[in-house]
Ligand binder design. Structure first.
Ligand SMILES: Cc1cc2nc3c(=O)[nH]c(=O)nc-3n(C[C@H](O)[C@H](O)[C@H](O)COP(=O)(O)O)c2cc1C
Length: 198
């Protein structure tokens, strides 16, 4: 079959895209509101961008009513965020933080996660994540407009916080020890425990 996104309902396009582009890593993003309330949400339109400068991107889309998600509002306000990597051990708690909570509610409390002060920026990191990127906003790139249009967040990585437990004998990050999860289509996820070498 062929699928032409121009002729389909955007909700179907979404469903086709998240089933076609797999597995996707998950940026578990912590931000802080103007009145100091920490916010957490996962985003799987996420990847690294380049290493000079060290930069990454993720893509929060607008809600169905066209409004921006809390993560975008907070980053627009203060230009800072932490991307936390998601290990299998906290998969369920990650999922909890994707709920549509009030702007004033903190997902840290709702999901039972521990906020840990960052070294260089205001938003806290997630203590339960073994890899945390402290980032400063470089650019927000709008793609489309209205409901489901994207606000691609491009961030410069100021600091990587790495739990020593995920380092190998050479002092490099061992993905096997991180036990990262990825998102497949819909509500299905994958672990990264099955590997091969090329
Ligand atoms: C694993 C996972 C990945 C997600 N990826 C995205 C994404 O890439 N872009 C997006 O806009 N929403 C994504 N969502 C939905 C957001 O997490 C959800 O809308 C959240 O409530 C946004 O929170 P906020 O308003 O606090 O920013 C994802 C949800 C889950 C569970």
């Amino acid at each position: 079959m062929q699928f032409n996104p121009e002729q389909a309902d955007p909700s179907l396009v979404y469903s086709m895209m998240i089933r076609a582009i797999t597995p996707r890593p998950i940026a578990w993003v912590s931000t802080i509101s103007a009145n100091g309330i920490p916010n957490l949400a996962p985003f799987s339109y996420f990847n690294g961008l380049c290493s000079r400068p060290a930069a990454l991107m993720f893509s929060p889309v607008n809600r169905a009513d066209g409004s921006k998600k809390d993560t975008v509002r907070n980053i627009e306000d203060n230009g800072q965020f932490v991307v936390n990597v998601v290990p299998f051990a906290v998969a369920e708690r990650m999922f909890k933080t994707a709920g549509d909570f009030d702007y004033e509610e903190s997902e840290f409390e709702i999901a039972g996660l521990t906020p840990q002060p960052s070294q260089q920026i205001e938003p806290p990191r997630i203590a339960e994540s073994p890899l945390q990127f402290e980032c400063e906003l470089m650019q927000i790139v709008p793609v489309g407009e209205g409901p489901l249009a994207a606000n691609v967040i491009i961030g410069k990585i100021l600091l990587m916080n790495i739990d020593d437990a995920v380092l190998d004998e050479m002092g490099k990050i061992d993905p096997q020890r991180v036990d990262t999860i990825g998102r497949m289509g819909g509500r299905t996820y994958c672990r990264t425990s099955d590997r091969f070498t090329l």
